[in-house]
Design a protein around this ligand. Structure first.
Ligand code: IPE
Ligand code: IPE
Ligand code: MG
Length: 249
């Protein structure tokens, strides 16, 4: 039986977020430099996106470059920025044809201007598409996002537009870069690391985590489906007890 057929398509996660990790180790294991791994990682993105489309996933968020990743060797950072622009350039027509909408989260102003230009073009071209939302987390860190949100709220209070006591979860969500995006039901991290590395700290409050040893360049559609099956085997209780969940089902 095909693994996709085992998935209950009525209850696939609407939003899957992935910490794509292990490109460097994958390349080094084969005696290549780290950029070789990043290049191969793009093929995994293509395949995982296609698999997500087939499984009815509406939002796919990919952690592509963290704020902390600027501290890597310059050659790697430059290579990653080039790869981003090259890949977008190569893929954009096909993405558009398959009705994918490209979005970004993170501090776009901190990216080199040639990346901003390419991203803006991709965003503009695909903004009316109604298929999968492909959200690239670039120059993203959850703490940056939260500090930013707090600053914006403080400014509203300072300007007398908002009472401090009126701040609630909705007003915080409004200031996050993910404000129009539902929280991910499933968070995947590849490469055997069991950490969050400053990704979506607010949004993953009730996400299910799936960790796999597979390195990102080896992660393919089947691996996404395994993660979805793992997710579907869980009981999400949201603070309730099992009996209450069964009653509401
Ligand atoms: C993930 O792979 C890609 C980015 C962080 C840009 P890594 O480059 O972190 O690969 P490892 O973890 O060193 O193997
Ligand atoms: C997380 O991976 C960031 C991305 C996948 C873009 P890292 O490889 O940077 O995370 P750490 O350093 O292992 O925590
Ligand atoms: Mg890593």
């Amino acid at each position: 039986m095909n693994i996709l057929e085992k998935i209950d398509l009525q209850s696939t996660p609407e939003h899957i977020a992935i910490i794509m990790d292990g490109n460097g180790r994958w390349a080094q294991k084969q005696g290549h430099d780290r950029l070789f791994g990043h290049n191969f990682g793009v093929e995994s993105v293509r395949e995982v996106l296609k698999a997500a489309q087939k499984a009815n996933v509406k939002y796919l968020t990919l952690y592509a470059f963290s704020t902390e990743n600027w501290n890597r060797p310059k050659e790697e950072v430059d290579g990653l920025m080039d790869l981003l622009v090259r890949s977008l350039g190569n893929e954009i027509d096909e993405l558009h044809e398959s009705n994918v909408r490209i979005m970004t989260i993170g501090d776009m102003e901190g990216l080199p201007s040639f990346c901003q230009t390419e991203l803006r073009a991709a965003y503009e071209k695909t903004k009316n598409n109604t298929g999968v939302n492909l959200i690239l987390a670039l120059n993203y860190s959850a703490r940056w996002e939260m500090v930013n949100a707090i600053r914006k709220l403080a400014k509203k209070v300072e300007a007398g537009e908002l009472a401090a006591d009126a701040i609630n979860e909705t007003s915080v969500i409004e200031e996050l870069t993910t404000k129009h995006i539902p929280d991910p039901e499933l968070l995947i991290r590849t490469s055997g690391e069991h950490r969050v590395s400053n990704f979506l700290l607010w949004q993953i409050a009730y996400s299910e985590f799936h960790f796999t040893e597979v390195l990102w360049p080896d992660f393919k559609g089947e691996d996404l489906y395994k993660a979805i099956l793992d997710y579907q085997s869980r009981e999400r209780r949201f603070g309730l007890v099992s009996a209450q969940i069964e009653k509401n089902a």
